[in-house]
Unconditional design. Sequence first.
Length: 114
Amino acid sequence: QVQLVESGGGLVQPGGSLRLSCAVSGLLVSRNGMAWYRQAPGGNEREWVATIPRAALSTYADFAKGRFTISRDNDKNTVYLQMNNLRFEDTAVYYCKAFGSDSWGQGTQVTVSS
């Protein structure tokens, strides 16, 4: 069973940075594509943010390009999302997900506010 534990969220001012972590168990991130999603306050659906495939270039939603970077640490079996130059509209709960799995973690709250 795939388990995902997101962490690293918090309150940050506009223009600030955060690094989110997703600790994975039940599969190897080195052998599986991973993705980050987010759900804004009051939003009904989770919005795709970025993907790191098993063996291809990472891809990003337009709003994330140039500001966010997805990466993984195979030794720690963890996926990261480095977020820079954060904006008010980045406020959301952020989730990671593994390709081919329906499991979701509890998410981590990111709040961008002055």
